[in-house]
Design a protein around this ligand. Sequence first.
Ligand SMILES: [Zn+2]
Length: 231
Amino acid sequence: MSRFFLRSLVAAASAAGTLATLSTPALACDHPTPVIVDTARGHGNVVSFTFDDGPNPPDTYHLLAVLAKYHVKAVFCLVGDQVKAHPEVVRAIVRGGHTLCNHSMHHDNMSTWTPEQISADLTATSALIHQAAPHVKIEYFRAPYGAWGQSPQVAADLGLQPLGWRFDIEDWVPPGTDVLVQRLRDRITPGAVVLMHDGGGDRSQTVEAVDQFIPEIRAEGWRLTLPQRRG
Ligand SMILES: [Zn+2]
C-alpha cells in the first residue's frame, strides 16, 4: 500500500467519522464532543429510553424491575440531591447494567452560568455519584430543562457527552397511563431518544406506560438501544 493511498484512506475514514480504528491513540475520536446526542444507536426502528430526575424510590425500583423483565437497558439522568438521599438506588441502577447521566446537583437552570460555575456543579455531581457507586462510568450529561447555555463544551471537557432528546411524553403532570402510552405511540420515530421521568414526583404511571409499551413496539419490530455515544 503506497503512502499516498494510506493517507487518502485515513482522510476518507476521518471524514466518515471512522478514524478510531486506523488512528494512533492521540488521534482517537472516542472523546465526548459538545454536539448534543439525540439519536439512538443502530439503524431502522430503534429507540432509546432515558429517565430523568431520580433516583426516586419506589418508582425507580419498579422501573428497574420492568426494564429487567424485558432485558432493556436505559439511561438514568441523576440529580445530585436525589443521589445524596438515595445512594442505594444508584447502586441498583448500576447493578441493572444501565448507563448513567449527570443531570446536575440541584436541577438548576444553567443557561446563564459561566463555564466555571457549570464545571463546579457537574464535578460535584459526578463526585457524589462516585461516592454512591465508586468507579462507575458516567457517560452523559443532560442540562436541566434543556437549558444548555455553555454546558455542552464544559461537559465534553469533563468527559461527559451531552445528551438531548427527540421527544418527551410530558409525564411531569401524570395524565393517566393510557394517555402516556398513546403519546409514546403517536410520537415515536426511528432513532429517537425519548425523555421520561422516574423522579420529580409520583411516576407510577410512567412505569406502567413503559411496561405496556415495550412489548407493544417489540411486536412491531422495534429495538430498544442506548443513545449514540458521541454527537
Ligand atoms: Zn430534569
